[in-house]
Design a protein around this ligand. Sequence first.
Ligand SMILES: [Zn+2]
Length: 162
Amino acid sequence: MNRLCEETQDRLSDAALDQRTPDPIDREHAEACDACAQHRNFLHTLRSALDDVSRVPALPMRRVQDRATRVLRAAQSPAPFGKRLLRVVGLALLPLPFVIAYAIGIAKGASQLLDSILPQSALIWLGMIYFSTLAIGIGLVYAALPFAVAQRRSIERNSESP
Ligand SMILES: [Zn+2]
């Protein structure tokens, strides 16, 4: 590339940067010279590409902040009540079959032991008392779970907001 082309392309670049039309002498040269015409086309393409970029609406900072805050809060806040209760009840139900099997085993052993001493009706009555108190006890434990979960959540909420 000769010195004239170099200088012409510099001035074409300056004109493009300043967003003004190039001087007539440079335009004439670019008409006649392939290298400078190519450079001018490149500047046109660059200019329109930059215009396209600046047309993309920028997301307002306020909205970005709001979104980030919401995401952070959601990550920090305790799990929803229903979800947590389901998890706790699921865990509490795991030992239930063993508790029932154990209670049946005790009832069988007791009825074999007391079979010769007590009449059948007394054995049935004892069994009913035993299983009903067991059922009430287990029921109370499961009924207390929602309150325990709610209390735990309120403790976490209070420690979260000082
Ligand atoms: Zn040239």
